[in-house]
Ligand binder design. Structure first.
Ligand SMILES: [Zn+2]
Length: 256
C-alpha cells in the first residue's frame, strides 16, 4: 500500500472543529497515513499540540506567522520555546515573510523571522517557511541565518527551477501543495520535475489551496493524494514511488 505524509495541515482551525476523526479517516482511505498540524498563533498552537497528543499519526509544528509579527513579544517567545520542547513537535514554523498582507511591516517580519531562526538553530529543530511574494528576501535571510545547520521546508513551494536549486543548495526541502495541479502554475511543475528525489515533500495546506479536481473547495489532508498523483505524472514515476520517496524524506527531516 502506498503511504503519503501530508507535511502541512491546519486541521487545528475552525473548518475542522468536531470533524477531526472523520477527516483523519478519510485521509487514510486515500493513503494519507501521517500528517503534521501547523500552529501559527496562540490558539492554533495549543490545538496543534492537543491533536498531536491525541493521534499517534499526527505531529505538531509550532511557530509564529509573519503576518502576526507585529504582536510578537517576550511572552510569546517564552511560550513558543516551552511548546517546542514537546516530544511530538517535529519542526518550528510556520515562519517567514509575507509581502501580500500588510498587517506587519517588512522590518517587523524580518526581525521576528530572524529571532525564530535563531531559536530553531539553538534547539536544533528544522524549520517550516511561509513565503508569499518575498522569495528573494526569504532566500537572503535563510542564508544569512545559516538555515543549513538545521534544514527545513519551503512550504507550498511556488518558485521556478532557478530558485528551487538555490533553496536546495541551502539544504532545504521543497514541499508541493495543490498549486502544482493548477493550470496557471507551469513554473511550479517545472520545479517539481527537477527537484532531487531526496528533497521533495507533499502537503495540502488545508483548508486552503485544494488541488484540482477540488480547486476552490475546502481542502483536507486526503487530497494530498491528488498532489502525489500530479507529481508522479510530472516526474514520470509511479504514484507509489512518490509515496515512498516523500514519506522517507519527511521521516528523515522530522526525525520520526
Ligand atoms: Zn500554513
Amino acid at each position: 500500500m502506498t503511504e503519503l505524509f501530508d507535511t502541512h495541515t491546519h486541521i487545528n482551525t475552525e473548518a475542522f472543529f468536531g470533524k477531526e476523526d472523520e477527516t483523519i479517516d478519510r485521509a487514510r482511505e486515500l493513503d494519507v497515513t501521517r500528517l503534521t498540524v501547523v500552529g501559527f498563533d496562540l490558539p492554533t498552537i495549543k490545538r496543534a499540540i492537543e491533536l498531536a497528543d491525541h493521534y499517534d499519526n499526527v505531529w505538531a509544528i509550532v511557530g509564529w506567522h509573519p503576518t502576526e509579527s507585529y504582536a510578537y513579544n517576550q511572552t510569546i517567545e517564552a511560550f513558543l520555546i516551552e511548546q517546542l520542547q514537546h516530544p511530538k513537535v517535529v519542526a518550528m514554523g510556520e515562519m517567514g515573510l509575507d509581502y501580500h498582507w500588510k498587517d506587519s511591516t517588512r522590518e517587523e517580519q524580518d526581525r521576528v523571522f530572524r529571532r525564530q531562526l535563531a531559536i530553531a538553530r539553538e534547539m536544533n529543530l528544522p524549520v517550516t517557511i511561509h513565503n508569499r511574494d518575498a522569495t528573494a528576501d526569504c532566500y537572503k535571510v535563510l542564508k544569512e541565518e545559516r538555515v543549513f545547520e538545521t534544514g527545513g521546508i519551503m512550504h507550498s513551494f511556488n518558485g521556478d527551477p532557478e530558485f528551487a536549486d538555490r533553496f536546495i543548495d541551502l539544504d532545504m526541502y521543497l514541499s508541493f501543495s495543490g498549486v502544482v495541479t493548477f493550470k496557471n502554475a507551469p513554473e511550479v511543475r517545472a520545479s517539481a520535475k527537477i527537484v532531487p528525489s531526496n528533497r521533495y515533500l507533499v502537503e495540502t495546506d488545508c483548508p486552503y489551496l485544494a488541488p484540482v479536481p477540488y480547486r476552490g473547495k475546502q481542502n483536507e489532508p486526503a487530497y494530498t493524494h491528488y498532489v502525489a498523483k500530479q507529481l508522479a505524472e510530472t516526474r514520470d514515476i509511479s504514484y507509489d514511488q512518490v509515496g515512498k520517496e516523500t514519506t522517507a524524506n519527511a521521516m528523515r527531516l522530522f526525525r520520526i
